[in-house]
Write a protein that binds this ligand. Structure first.
Ligand SMILES: C[S@@+](CC[C@H](N)C(=O)[O-])C[C@H]1O[C@@H](n2cnc3c(N)ncnc32)[C@H](O)[C@@H]1O
Ligand code: SF4
Length: 374
């Protein structure tokens, strides 16, 4: 079982908070698409003939692609790899790209899971985030997706936005939309973003942590009341609607990432492609894939395992650590976890470690204490 991720590194406008690899110049679009098709063929051996059960178009903005371009990529994947018949095919889209006609064509390509970047249902937040759409467009895009026939829809939301006042209203709108999945992230102000510059200049006041903590609590409560299961810190899905692709990442299944900046993992190593559209297409034209590779040692594996597993509802399995790594690492993990158990941030049950609801809000600090640094 494995997955393929395709990175589409273009955005019509750069949002003020985003540090994912993307370019607002579409100059190389044709070359990049050719590069993606070529890379798919070059990487044929990477998944060692394993069945591909998930395909994920991420970005950047996959919805800058036409249905013809999407079909071409999917056909190449199907020609080269063994794709399971009921593969989950996810596609990230920006609300303002989702006209009724686009959605109808998109459904025909075989995409069967749509992830729409709504972010907020308040115009003031969307303006600060530098989004291209307003709240009404976000709302309508989801309704249009449903009427076009998409039955597995996820929306992205961001909370903890400076000046954010209407989070409960945003959550109410989600209910009206009857989506199957929500990905909700705390705004993170990353270096090299416009928001970071504003913060450095003193013209942006971050939201008080007590308010964003309250928003997080409202989110968890909302999810609980409305049968969304929090299967990972930022991921809430109705039963049978968890993202298979992301769950496979978290369960450390193999995946192949194609396109500029895409990451791949095959159990023994991870590698990542160059984050530069021009260099990517130039190298691919020369017959080379421009990536950096890192061979993983057992401690890297242990750290990766703890890093991803603790964020999920499946938790960290101490028995697995003992069998897969060593008794010493299991004891180290168990002992490091104890102090957080006392503060109610972790809980240990049936030889598994889980974050509590409050632990999830400060998860980064807890996880770093459980990692093993030489
Ligand atoms: C890389 S974007 C791609 C999706 C699509 N381009 C869009 O913007 O709708 C995936 C999601 O990550 C989230 N995200 C990106 N940067 C973030 C940040 N700095 N803080 C919080 N969430 C972020 C947003 O919710 C976004 O929808
Ligand atoms: S959030 Fe999405 S649309 Fe905005 S810059 Fe990032 S990838 Fe592009």
């Amino acid at each position: 079982m494995s997955g393929i991720y395709i990175h589409i590194p273009f955005c019509k406008k750069i949002c003020t908070y985003c540090d994912f690899y993307k370019s607002a110049s579409f100059k190389n679009k044709t070359e990049i698409l050719e590069g993606i098709i070529t890379e798919l063929a070059y990487q044929k051996e990477y998944l060692e003939d394993e069945e591909v059960e998930t395909i994920y178009f991420g970005g950047g903005t996959p919805s800058v692609l036409s249905d013809i371009e999407i079909t071409r990529i999917l056909k190449s994947i199907q020609d080269i790899y063994k794709v399971s018949e009921d593969a989950e095919i996810s596609f990230e889209a920006n609300p303002d790209d989702l006209s009724k006609m686009y959605l109808e064509k998109l459904l025909k390509t075989g995409v069967n899971r749509l992830s729409i970047g709504c972010q907020s249902f308040t115009d003031k937040d969307l303006i600060l985030l530098g989004r291209r759409h307003n709240a009404k467009q976000s709302f309508i895009s989801v309704l249009n997706a449903r009427s076009a026939g998409f039955s597995n829809i996820s929306i992205d939301l961001i909370y903890g936005i400076p000046g954010m006042k209407n989070w409960p209203e945003t959550l109410c709108k989600v209910l009206d939309l009857q989506v199957q999945h929500i990905s909700a992230y705390h705004l993170s102000i990353e270096e090299n973003t416009k928001l970071h510059k504003l913060k450095q200049k003193g013209s942006l006041k971050e939201l008080d942590e007590s308010i964003s903590n309250q928003q997080y609590n409202e989110l968890v409560e909302f999810a609980d009341i409305n049968q969304f299961i929090q299967y990972e810190i930022s991921s809430f899905g109705k039963e049978n609607f968890f993202s298979k692709h992301n769950s496979n990442y978290w369960k450390q299944k193999n995946y192949l990432g194609i396109g500029p900046s895409a990451h791949s993992f095959n159990g023994s190593s991870r590698q990542w492609n160059v984050s530069n559209n021009k260099k990517y297409s130039q190298e691919i034209k020369k017959g080379k894939i421009p990536f950096v590779k890192e061979i993983l040692n057992p401690l890297d594996h242990y750290n990766d395992y703890v890093l991803v597993s603790l964020r999920t509802m499946w938790g960290v399995d101490l028995e697995y650590i003992e069998n897969r790594f060593s008794k010493e690492l299991k004891d180290y993990c168990n002992t490091s976890a104890r102090k957080f158990v006392e503060y109610g941030l972790l809980r240990i049950k049936n030889n598994h470690i889980y974050l509590t609801d409050q632990g999830k809000f400060v998860s980064d600090n807890i996880i770093s204490e459980l990692l093993y640094v030489n």
